[in-house]
Design a protein around this ligand. Structure first.
Ligand SMILES: [Zn+2]
Length: 223
């Protein structure tokens, strides 16, 4: 066995209609599909990450960036005793900058958002700059992957469509330290009313295909 996938998600509020483990459910299903395509081994999801921006909402759990990086580094060290390559697949934006630091040599970092950005305009009916959360995209993915966990009747009417402070293109951009509660009472950023199962299916399979292709190219480079 040469490669193994380590999926990393989060436990954090996703508005009234999605479960706390949304990121973890999504990354588990994505990683299962990628592992099947590449015939690699697959670890259970690491369900905790850096979610301080959602701390005002119950059920959110955060670990410090140093805790996350130390934990993941030690997991990778143990795996590299037996595997040639560890592929980290991350689905939570709050983890991205910290985990990217591990991308070197035998540890490959795959961030969902790097791939999502390229396909967003083809699938999304809402416009939002920068961050969105429990939005059209995440809700569509959950409707497709875990429909029994989506409480559609609780989808909020408080729609937060655009927040310049969260948009990297805006002059008002706040890179760090922002709190979801300051922008959204429900915890949702974006418009989950636009979510559909069909969009979720399209996003999911496109992500699996693009991530798989990128990892195949990467392993060819390494040979
Ligand atoms: Zn999420």
């Amino acid at each position: 066995m040469e490669s193994v996938i380590l999926p990393i998600g989060s436990t954090e509020q996703h508005g009234p209609h999605l479960p706390l483990g949304t990121d973890s459910y999504i990354v588990r299903r994505l990683s299962e599909a990628v592992a099947a395509e590449l015939k690699t081994d697959l670890l259970p999801v690491l369900n905790y990450g850096i979610s301080f921006e959602h701390a005002d909402f119950p059920g959110t759990i955060s670990i410090q960036p140093e805790t996350l990086i130390k934990t993941v580094r030690e997991i990778c060290e143990a795996l590299l005793e037996h595997y040639q390559r560890v592929i980290i697949i991350n689905s939570h934006g709050g983890n991205t900058a910290t985990l990217r630091r591990l991308n070197s040599g035998k540890t490959i970092f795959i961030d969902l958002f790097d791939f999502l950005k390229k396909i967003l305009n083809d699938v999304r009916d809402t416009e939002i700059g920068g961050v969105c959360h429990a939005c059209e995209i995440e809700t569509s993915l959950m409707l497709y992957l875990e429909p029994s966990l989506v409480r559609s009747e609780k989808i909020t009417d408080e729609i937060v469509k655009y927040i310049p402070q969260l948009d990297p293109q805006s002059e008002e951009h706040l890179p760090d330290g922002w709190k979801t509660i300051n922008f959204s009472n429900s915890g949702v950023i974006g418009d989950p009313r636009k979510a559909t199962t069909e969009k979720g299916e399209k996003i999911f399979h496109t992500l699996v295909q693009k991530i798989t292709e990128s990892l195949k190219q990467d392993s060819q480079k390494g040979e």
